[in-house]
Design a protein around this ligand. Structure first.
Ligand SMILES: NC(=O)c1ccc[n+]([C@@H]2O[C@H](COP(=O)([O-])OP(=O)(O)OC[C@H]3O[C@@H](n4cnc5c(N)ncnc54)[C@H](O)[C@@H]3O)[C@@H](O)[C@H]2O)c1
Ligand SMILES: [Zn+2]
Ligand SMILES: [Zn+2]
Length: 361
């Protein structure tokens, strides 16, 4: 066993943190717990920038406690394992997604749904079992319990693979759970950002027909040619929306700005399912119940995925060569990246090159 675990020394860490609601990130030294017997420590090489990171650093959900080192699409190489770690070893390619803990005794935990455990612990911005604040992957080193560490397939690149740990599982899980993966089905994807573009890729890998629903025609060519979508509907064009009415088995909606659900419900066939994976931050959404009645349609939501399913998703991505389309940026670009993300100016996920650009001061 390596020294820090034997002697119980905390792991010194260096990252970038937001310290107030301006959300501006700056260099930050902190420590992580010593690598415990069930823990894995890894050197972080890449970390994706999820829009949730932006919501959190600006306290848009009203639950942020500063300082916050964001990042829950964290990948790297194992540098130390505790004595009771069974499946992972030094040198393995691994990652951590949205969660680092849960109660492990409730029904959800027993069903591999740590993501729905009432005591789930988020990777950052939360409180760990020992009372310390959890801190995310915009940092050089990560320590997490083996149960929360995902083993990457050898063929999956770490930079393009990192975003799958949040964006990927967040769309994969509802596609599976709501049975929207049957070949020949037709699904819609609303909002072609980080989550939306990987939803297109997973759905295509399942053999499903995919229509991207977007406010403007600007992303049409890319959606069809680069991402492999089958069709594109401009939601502001009533003729296009009318032509697509009643054609979809399901819709994955990734837009957090408040928007009417009625036109989307209209796109569904009877028994169609509208899955909202983004929560509107400005005002509550109105639910047009009468539109659901005629057709026994469903509106539902979903939060990330459990650890077993996340591993399954990564293995599926490895098999089908699914990665996010990423713009890899150095750590000192992170504040500019946040500004651009706010303006939806990224195709389609920023990933920070931690390994080459984050150097402890
Ligand atoms: N349910 C979950 O487990 C989960 C997991 C990850 C992220 N999220 C949430 O999902 C949302 C999307 O995350 P992301 O990382 O894909 O973000 P993103 O910024 O990469 O993508 C958002 C997309 O929505 C579009 N958009 C923004 N405002 C719009 C508007 N008014 N009308 C139409 N389109 C609009 C943007 O053009 C962009 O394409 C965020 O709110 C995030 O917090 C939820
Ligand atoms: Zn996320
Ligand atoms: Zn639990």
């Amino acid at each position: 066993m390596a020294k820090s675990a034997e002697q119980g020394h905390p792991n010194q860490a260096f990252g970038w943190a937001a310290t107030d609601t301006s959300g501006v990130l700056s260099p930050f030294k902190f420590s992580r717990r010593a690598t415990g017997e069930k823990d894995v420590r890894f050197k972080v090489l890449y970390c994706g920038i999820c829009h949730s990171d932006l919501h959190m650093i600006k306290n848009e959900w009203g639950k942020s406690r500063y300082p916050i080192v964001p990042g829950h699409e964290v990948v790297g190489i194992v540098t130390e394992v505790g004595s009771k770690v069974e499946k992972l070893k030094v040198g393995d390619k691994v990652g951590v997604g949205c969660f680092v803990g849960a109660c492990h005794s409730c029904d959800d935990c027993a069903n591999d749904l740590e993501n729905y455990c009432p005591k789930k612990i988020y990777t950052y911005g939360d409180t760990y079992y020992d009372g310390t604040a959890t801190q995310g992957g915009y940092s050089d080193v990560m320590v997490a319990e083996e149960r929360y560490v995902i083993h990457f397939p050898d063929n999956l690149p770490l930079d393009g693979g990192a975003p799958l740990l949040c964006a990927g599982i967040t769309v994969y899980s509802p596609l599976k759970y709501f049975e929207l993966t049957k070949p020949g089905m037709h699904i819609g994807v609303v909002g072609l950002g980080g989550l939306g573009h990987v939803a297109v890729k997973f759905a295509k890998a399942f053999g499903v027909k995919v229509t991207v629903i977007s406010t403007s025609p600007g992303k049409k060519e890319e959606a069809l040619e680069r991402l492999g979508a089958d069709s594109f509907v401009v939601s502001r064009d009533p003729d296009q929306m009318r032509a697509a009415m009643g054609t979809m088995d399901g819709i994955i909606d990734t837009v957090f700005a408040a928007h009417p659900l009625l036109p989307l419900i209209g796109l569904l066939k009877s028994h169609g399912k509208l899955i909202l994976v983004a929560a509107p931050i400005d005002r509550p959404i109105e639910l047009p119940v009468y539109a659901l009645m005629s057709g026994r349609k469903l509106v539902a939501s979903s939060l990330s995925g459990g650890l077993k399913e996340t591993q399954e998703m990564i293995d599926f991505a490895g098999k089908h060569n699914i990665t996010a389309d990423v713009e890899v940026v150095p750590i000192d670009y992170v504040n500019t990246a946040m500004e651009r993300l706010e303006k939806a100016d990224v195709r389609y996920r920023f990933v920070i090159d931690i390994g080459n650009t984050l150097k402890a001061a």
